[in-house]
Design a protein around this ligand. Sequence first.
Ligand code: UD1
Ligand code: MG
Length: 454
Amino acid sequence: MAVRTCLAIVLAAGEGTRMRSARPKVLHEVTGRSLLAHVLTAVAGIAPSAAAIVIGPGQDEVAAEAKRVLPGATCFVQSERRGTAHAVLAAKAAIEGGADDILIVYGDTPLLRPATLQQLRAPLAEGAAVAVLGFRPAAPSGYGRLVTRNGELMRIVEAADAGPEEKAIGLCNAGAMAFAGDSALAILERIGNRNRKNEFYLTDAVEIARGMNKTAVAVEVEEDDVRGINSKKELAEAEAVAQARLRQAALDAGVTLVAPETVFLSADTTFGKDVVVEPYVVFGPGVSVGDGTVIRAFSHLAGATIGKGASIGPFARLRPGTRLGEGVHVGNFVELKEAKMEAGAKANHLSYIGDAFVGAGANIGAGTITCNYDGFTKQRTEIGEQAFIGSNSALVAPVTIGAGAYVGSGSVITADVPADSLALGRGQQVVKEGWASRLRALKSMVKKKAHGRD
Ligand code: UD1
Ligand code: MG
């Protein structure tokens, strides 16, 4: 059987009004990835022949995010937000381009999976003109209701327009629909805006298709695959579902999560074999953890590549641009940013290492700070392999510490230190022997005299 071609249209126009946010709704994030990126990743998973994304006027950030995730997609601008059917018709040129299936997905349903989208398309191959993804949410309130009779989908009633009987229907519109390419445009162009919100509802397509003697069907799936996000509460609920999925996947892949419910992952977090993650660790986007590494409690990581057998935390903060080689130790209250530490290097306590290179086996003493910022620009610190930086040193960048060199504790290093040398950048120590007992003798004599006068 020939593979059916598919045009995927993702609706992403609109502001963050109901989210009470200045940010466009679809750019809000779940597991460190925008809602739109989640949807587009699911769409990419079914390898559509073409993809169109409908954005609002001036939503350049949304267009940029779409291009980043799905470079082959074409963006169409919906000039005014006049409803989901109006939005689909903004991509009319793409529909006219022709495809066997037209798949329409809302940009605010981040939990969609490719398998769910394939399930939705399946009835089209059997002659249905419209297929709608349905689900039975625990709280159906704002969702459109699917009116079915004898297993057939009759129409969809939006919550705002539903009477009490329709509101009692448990089966709801998940916000993804598939149309047979040959009748899609004819159906879409008949949709009007006679409803309480004065909007062109995509959901009216069902009744219209039936009026044209075509079949519409509902494909029922689990709530957790299709939750729609219209508020911060729903965003948080989707986050919880997505976190549970990521934790389960990590456990299935053999990661030891001592207290899984306290660990927060990103959609792109990757783990090697035999990794242990202690409680209360947050993985922001862009973290990969090598085999046998232990991430100890209360650490926060983002944009970090960690090699094998490393030990991180407790209370470590790895910021973007951190790259750690095999066996690196990063201990408590150590912050790294744009920093590469090579195999076996250690920074065990209370340090800030930013815009830096730390060679293999180097030891960064407690309280070492790379002073990388002069108020205007960032400067680099280079620390050679096997170098030893004494505690409480300030390395004022740009500066290079040669291989095997020592920096004395408490130094402020402002000039390069050659390999194998010792640099001291602190006041010379002065010792006065017997000084303390002479002081005590003097002070007690003065005190006695004063009392004697009384
Ligand atoms: C919609 C459905 C509802 C369904 C729910 C599932 C309609 C009329 N209603 O309601 O039946 O239960 O989704 O989550 O379709 N958008 C545009 N342009 C517009 C309007 C919307 O691009 O003019 C985009 C939005 O960015 C969003 C998506 O379409 O990603 C859905 O719009 P939204 O306002 O969230 O619709 P719901 O009220 O959730
Ligand atoms: Mg919605």
